[in-house]
Design a protein around this ligand. Structure first.
Ligand code: HEC
Length: 236
């Protein structure tokens, strides 16, 4: 038996040892290592598909993670459009066997998770899987918190020294904005359910004269999410 065959027999166990040190591609094929990966088919029915991000700074994707708390996916498949009310099928291929969590997530452009819409723990292994997430509403207050407030507002709207007394931290933000008169425009609410044009927050982020509209972290997709959430009733 020559040394190539021997390494072939030792198999995948040797790959880890060799990684980085060896570069002979003919012994370790780059892809298609059938013994190490699995395929995961997903299906879901998405609501509020108009809030699927279009810009590259935000991504809607199905992704597989090593653990539930990981912020970086091992494998992912982006969704750029879907038919409202119809079923959306996405297949993750080549998912490494150590993945133990599969989720429909929103990420930033570096694929770091900002928000989880649906998640399912799975047993590590190589058996192919099918997941049915059922109905998933892409609009929720949690998503507004994670995608908009946490990314762009906390620098100035944190308890202790909040600008205009407005605290946008998780757990206090909803009560601070919905049906609360704006300090700077007392005839309007900060958020008026069902009416963006009476909602001071929406008007500020849209007003090109207001410094709020100029934050580099603030994306058009974030403002349209806020708009759809308010129009849909600003539900918690
Ligand atoms: C760089 C600091 C800074 C950041 C970041 C910031 N704000 Fe503000 N915000 C202020 C200041 C200062 C005021 C008060 C002065 C004014 O009204 O312009 C204010 C006022 C407001 C008001 C008016 C509140 C009222 O009661 O009248 C709203 C609504 C608001 N901000 C929303 C936001 C949202 C949403 C974000 C994130 C997208 C955000 N702000 C990010 C500084 C900031």
């Amino acid at each position: 038996m020559n040394w190539k065959k021997l390494i072939g027999k030792i198999g995948i166990g040797a790959v880890g040892v060799c990684c980085g040190a060896c570069d002979s591609g003919d012994i370790y094929p780059d892809e298609g290592n059938e013994g190490n990966v699995r395929k995961i088919e997903t299906v879901c029915v998405l609501e509020h598909t108009e809030t699927i991000p279009k810009a590259r700074e935000r991504k809607l994707m199905w992704a597989a993670f090593a653990t539930k708390d990981d912020l970086q996916p091992l494998r992912s498949e982006r969704i750029t459009s879907a038919s409202a009310g119809g079923s959306t099928a996405v297949t993750l291929t080549q998912v490494p066997k150590e993945a133990t969590y599969v989720a429909l997530v929103l990420t930033d452009q570096t694929s770091r998770v900002l928000h989880v819409f649906y998640g399912q723990e799975i047993t590590a292994g190589t058996a192919d899987l099918k997941l049915n997430a059922g109905k998933v509403d892409l609009v929720s207050f949690d998503r507004v918190q994670h995608q908009l407030f946490n990314q762009s507002c906390l620098q100035c709207h944190m308890s202790g020294n909040a600008s205009a007394g407005l605290v946008l931290e998780e757990n206090s933000s909803y009560a601070a904005i919905v049906g609360r008169p704006a300090q700077t425009a007392p005839d309007r609410m900060i958020v008026q359910p069902g009416d963006t044009l009476q909602s001071e927050m929406y008007l500020r982020l849209n007003d090109t004269e207001d410094f709020h509209s100029k934050f580099t972290t603030l994306k058009d997709d974030d403002i349209s999410l806020l708009s759809v959430w308010i129009q849909a009733g600003a539900i918690k």
